[in-house]
Ligand binder design. Structure first.
Ligand code: MCN
Ligand code: SMO
Length: 779
């Protein structure tokens, strides 16, 4: 199925984003915009070394707090609830040990951040340095120094994925390609760094916490537990959040400490992360190390995949999920949308003396996509086949779906070969082959690369339970409330931080309620206002919160039908709801009139009718294994063999996220994701030296892609509605970031295929490109 989405109400409309009215006018209300009388700012004293024993802290006069100066924190176990998993507390302030550069050790308070920084500068730490564990592979060798004393090795957890008739498939192989691949450590760089402001509200008798967060309700659970506070005395508000991308989805030490300080002092306490702190101690990402072998027969049929995946998880596990999701998803997603009948994969989540790993747009799949798509290109090269052809013959066809992969994922529906064909036509594969044969006048080399993925979305209880999640994001909740004037508020438990959900959820509610989206306000991000929900991550909000809102709106619509019919003296079965009215033939009564009757003129209601015009619903898709969006990316690059500089000349995406609620917002999500993916492919990295010191802690060293590095990104949409969600939507918010590293590294390898140069480590910086060319003997 393709073409336009079914035009049903406001679904499929390119409505301008409601939230942009305040953002574009500079009127957004972010954490740093909020001020309280008597507020103090916090500066953290952080470990200057990657690993050491903390023997003492010399504090100057002033408000300086180390671990011993605060009431003890209650334990908050993080990471999967699985028997083989080793759990370690991440102390909000270091007690006896420090395990990465940047770990919080003490908090200094002063009326301004500058004064707090001056105070922090006077704190002296007595640390006996220990050897640092920096490289994930070295960390797994016997005899490696240990990040956590007393552990038998450096693994948080080891696991694996096995599926299909592995030995038989491998025995049929004529080509076996083995490669080491790496996707290095990088930062998650939201425009607005993290931040928290907490104070005790004496009137409400509760701790109010403004938190730059993706999941305020979930954070309340964790904060209440670690602070020993009752949840009815804890109120979390996520104001406008300037991007999260996964980094604001974990409960972090600074957030706990600021709350503890506010409780202790009884005055407002605030911490605003600066950019350097963000590089040092915010959750980091990727850190994938692969050793894989891909087996194929002489016709290019992929048969089996084996090997090992190591995830460099850093020193501690972050609440609630820990870092296991990365490893388990990496192995399960490695076969992508391809027919690879057998796998035998091991994985280890490895402790190193680095900042803890969190989630970052795409979670695990950018690494998995990079690894499998690089290997597929090398199989094609070994067989002398066009890589796009090898892909086409190994992609699952629509007739084969639903298909259970060897890793156990149930791919539901779509047309993967068509996505490839579309991208191939858009990028002009044949023209590029001719251009390569002619050569470039400036001595550069051009190359073309493809990559595909399938992105799981809408997964609920079954999937999270399988992963051993401590918090199970099975469902989400929404309440719709008709106001006395007939406008509506839709309250949701998710948290929009750039995705445009104030617009798209209004479009979904508008369709179910038959009310103009301008008459609907979406309320989210406040535990006192919105119903319980798990927040925005895993590209889940449209399916879950949209689904819940649609169901709540339908319940409300039924009540409007009954009251409206009564007011029109008509049979409820004979009226229709349209455009904010209940209609019967040429007669109509507006929602405003109905709502006025219910709120202030109850004698007009049917006898005995409950006047409440409010409904709450939860939603989880019936197949809790999820529904898969997918896409094919294709990149055309030009690389300079002398300097190693790579330019992306053209970039196309053929994507399918089911029914699109708002195609303009979908395009925006793809653009943003692709730009971040190009960052991973070519620019972004936090390298660490052998002592565990991070070598990129400012934008001078950490290279973000800028507009000048970006090609024009062209997008084509296929539309295969999901069969299990409201309106057939599939989640897609992360997808754009998944495929660019693979597509670009493949394009580089294509540019230098004559010499056999390979690009198996990201970012493909000029230094790495020239090193690969030297190794391949490119003159
Ligand atoms: N959408 C649509 N039709 C669909 C699917 C989605 O119109 N079939 C719209 C949605 O309604 C929503 C947006 O596209 O406005 C993304 O929807 P969805 O796929 O449901 O993802 P979420 O809203 O749950 O967003 C989370 C996802 C994740 S996990 C990361 S990481 C990420 C991302 O979104 N972080 C972002 N995109 C981001 N975009 C911005 N600007 N900032 C971030 O921090
Ligand atoms: S990394 Mo997105 O918040 O799942």
């Amino acid at each position: 199925m393709d073409g336009a989405a079914p035009a049903e109400g406001w679904i499929g409309t390119r409505l301008l984003r409601k939230e942009d009215a305040r953002f574009l006018a500079g009127k957004g209300q972010f954490l740093a915009d909020i001020r309280m009388a008597g507020m103090e700012d916090v500066c953290f004293v952080r470990s200057p070394v990657a690993h050491g024993r903390l023997n003492g802290i010399t504090k100057p006069k002033g408000a300086v707090f180390a671990a011993g100066d605060l009431p003890p924190f209650q334990p908050l176990p993080a990471g999967p609830d699985l028997p083989s998993y080793r759990t370690v507390p991440y102390p909000p302030l270091a007690t006896d040990m420090v395990r990465f550069v940047g770990q919080p050790v003490a908090a200094c308070l002063a009326p301004t951040r500058a004064a707090a920084e001056d105070l922090a500068g006077l704190v002296e730490l007595d640390i006996a340095e220990l050897p640092a564990v920096v490289d994930a592979r070295a960390a797994m060798r016997p005899g490696s120094p240990l990040v956590h004393e007393g552990w038998p090795d450096n693994a948080f957890i080891t696991s694996g994925a096995h599926g299909g008739e592995f030995d038989a498939q491998r025995a049929a192989a004529t080509v076996s390609i083995r490669r080491d691949l790496r996707m290095n450590r990088q930062a998650v760089v939201p425009l607005e760094p993290r931040g928290v402001l907490a104070y005790w509200d004496h009137r409400l008798d509760e701790l109010v916490v403004y938190l730059s967060s993706q999941a305020p309700h979930v954070m309340r659970i964790g904060l209440a537990q670690v602070l020993g506070l009752s949840e009815h005395r804890l109120h979390i508000i996520a104001p406008d959040v300037g991007g999260g991308f996964g980094a604001k989805n974990r409960l972090m030490p600074e957030e706990i400490v600021v709350c503890a300080l506010a409780l202790q002092r009884g005055t407002p306490v605030r911490w605003l992360e600066d950019r350097r702190e963000s590089f040092l101690s915010a959750p980091q990402a990727r850190g994938h190390v692969y050793d894989l072998t891909l087996h194929a027969d002489a016709d290019g049929n992929l048969l089996a995949l084996e090997g090992e995946v190591l995830i460099d998880a850093g020193a501690y596990a972050l609440w609630p999920t820990g870092a296991f999701a990365e490893a388990s998803m990496a192995v399960r997603n490695l076969t992508g949308p391809y027919r690879i009948p057998a796998i035998r994969l091991r994985n280890a989540t490895v402790a190193t003396n680095k900042p803890p790993m969190g989630a970052y747009r795409g979670v695990a799949r950018p690494g998995a996509c990079f690894a499998i798509e690089r290997m597929i290109d090398e199989v094609a090269r070994a067989l002398g086949m066009e890589p796009a052809e090898l892909r086409r013959s190994n992609l699952l066809t629509p007739e084969e779906l639903p298909y259970r992969t060897a890793g156990g994922m149930r791919l539901d529906n779509g047309d993967y070969p068509r996505a490839l064909e579309t991208a191939r036509e858009m990028i002009g594969l044949d023209a590029v082959r001719a251009r390569q044969a002619a050569g470039e006048p400036d001595g550069r080399r051009v190359g073309i690369g493809f990559a595909l993925y399938a992105e799981q979305s809408g997964h609920g209880l079954k999937e999270w339970a399988r992963r051993g999640a401590r918090v199970l994001p099975a469902y989400d909740t929404s309440t719709v409330r008709l106001m006395p004037d007939g406008s509506a508020q839709v309250l949701v438990g998710i948290q929009s931080h750039g995705q445009g959900l104030e617009t798209t959820l209004a479009q979904m509610a508008a369709t179910a309620l038959q009310l103009h989206p301008d008459r609907i306000a979406i309320r989210h991000g406040d535990t006192a206002v919105s119903p319980f929900g798990f927040g925005t991550f895993a590209s889940r909000s449209t399916i879950f919160a949209g689904g819940a809102a649609v169901r709540a709106c339908r319940v409300l619509a039924e009540r409007l039908r009954i009251i409206g019919a009564h007011l029109l003296q008509a049979d409820p079965a004979a009226v229709v709801l349209a455009d904010g009215e209940v209609r019967h033939g040429s007669a109509a009564v507006s929602y405003a009139e109905i709502s006025r009757a219910a709120h202030v003129r109850q004698e007009l209601l049917p006898a005995g009718m409950d006047p409440v015009l409010e409904a709450t619903a939860t939603y989880e898709p019936p197949e809790s294994e999820g529904t898969f969006s997918y896409s094919c990316h294709a990149a055309l690059v030009a690389a300079d063999p002398l300097t190693g500089a790579t330019e992306v000349l053209d970039y196309v995406v053929a994507e399918d996220c089911g029914t699109m609620v708002n195609p303009m917002i979908v395009d925006g999500q793809v653009y943003g994701g692709v730009v971040q993916g190009i960052g991973t492919a070519l620019f972004e990295e936090i390298p660490f030296d052998e002592g565990g010191q991070p070598l990129a802690t400012t934008f001078a060293d950490y290279h973000m892609p800028c507009a000048s590095e970006m090609p024009r990104i062209r997008i084509a949409h296929l539309v295969t509605p999901s069969t299990i969600t409201e309106f057939g939507v599939k989640g897609m918010g992360e997808g754009g970031a998944i495929a660019p590293p693979a597509a670009i590294a493949n394009a580089l390898a294509d540019a230098f295929k004559a010499e056999g140069a390979e690009f198996n480590e990201t970012p493909c910086s000029p230094r790495r490109v020239t090193a690969a060319l030297d190794a391949a003997g490119v003159a």
